[in-house]
Design a protein around this ligand. Structure first.
Ligand SMILES: [Mn+2]
Length: 320
């Protein structure tokens, strides 16, 4: 019997590590013909694979399989295109994932648990199968920990049960995962863009909230993260975009505070003649490029202040 293990395009660390652990698990319980099919891997995943010298193929040719395991994805439509046919023609399809399943497909068996990562789901699967000794292997323990670390942003978003299994696995094996392995070194153009964004930052203080605003050509999300890290409560980053010959501004809003930026983005967009929305802590708006970028940024900042002032007290304006 031939078994294939598949994951999504641009496989992240959790996806790649769970493919590796799944293969080792299936071999451990006696299956001999097990192959991993990964269409493409993210930069982070590639770096981790190279550092660990992990034998995981990327971009191998599709081959017919009897059983298909889909890891870190839960819809056949999301299987990379080149492998989709092979998955559809498998006799059995199993899905192992930690994301919410939108729609169950007929003839597919789902093992989906709302845990931190696919690696954590696999950890429980291995225990349930009575293959606890596999978790004592350094390569398996390290891979599982890496998947969990990556999907919880170094355990920042890990709940109590995740922290418990992490401590059990690393306690039993003594395996430690170097944090540096998951830290992404930014490209020089990105670092320059962020530094330039920082140097043009203006800020407004509304009561105890610091709103920092700037504009960039690209990497607006990195610039916003940098502003928040530097101490801003709300980051506003404007960039000029061109799509299908149309010129417009995109303004992204980010916060670490408990507030609803999606609502603010929608209101701002209405004032500025654009469209806006998003999430509570990360929102965006798009406005037609009629004003100069600097003028629009000033207007955005003023309107944002008015909206915030409605909630809090006095404010002062500083910066360029
Ligand atoms: Mn994942």
């Amino acid at each position: 019997m031939k078994i294939g293990i598949f994951t999504h395009d641009n496989a992240d660390v959790d996806a790649v590590m769970s493919c590796y652990v799944m293969r080792e698990f299936l071999k451990h319980v006696g299956f001999t013909r097990v192959s991993i099919f990964i269409a493409s891997a993210s930069a982070d995943a590639k770096r981790v694979m190279a550092a660990l010298n992990l034998e995981v193929p990327v971009g191998s040719e599709p081959e017919p399989v009897d059983v298909a395991f889909l890891l870190d994805l839960n819809a056949i439509d999301r299987v990379p295109e080149r492998y989709r046919e092979v998955v559809r023609t498998a006799h059995r399809i199993f899905v192992i994932d930690h994301h919410h399943v939108e729609r169950m497909e007929k003839g597919v068996t789902y093992l989906c648990l709302p845990l931190s990562s696919t690696c954590e789901v696999l950890l429980h699967l291995i225990r349930a199968a009575g293959a606890e000794e596999l978790l004592m292997r350094d390569d398996v323990a390290r891979s599982l920990l890496l998947g969990i670390y990556a999907d919880t942003v170094m355990l920042k978003h890990a709940g109590a049960s995740t922290l418990k299994v992490v401590s059990e696995v690393s306690g039993a094996t003594g395996v430690r995962v170097p944090m540096s392995l998951l830290r992404r070194e930014k490209d020089v153009s990105e670092r320059i863009a962020v530094l330039r964004a920082m140097s043009r930052t203006a800020y407004v203080r509304v009561d105890d909230l610091i709103v920092a605003a700037t504009y960039v050509g690209s990497f607006e999300s990195s610039a916003a993260t940098a502003l928040l890290r530097a101490g801003a409560d709300i980051a506003v980053v404007l960039s000029e975009k061109r799509e299908k010959g149309k010129r417009f501004y995109r303004v992204i809003l980010r916060t670490r505070r408990d507030m609803n930026l999606a609502e603010i983005a929608a209101k701002l967009a209405r004032e500025l003649g654009g469209i806006g929305g998003g999430h509570a802590k990360a929102a965006a708006l798009e406005v037609p490029a009629v004003l100069d970028a600097r003028d629009l940024l000033r207007k955005t900042l003023n309107t944002l202040c008015e909206l915030l002032k409605a909630q809090v007290g006095k404010h002062g304006v500083h910066g360029a």
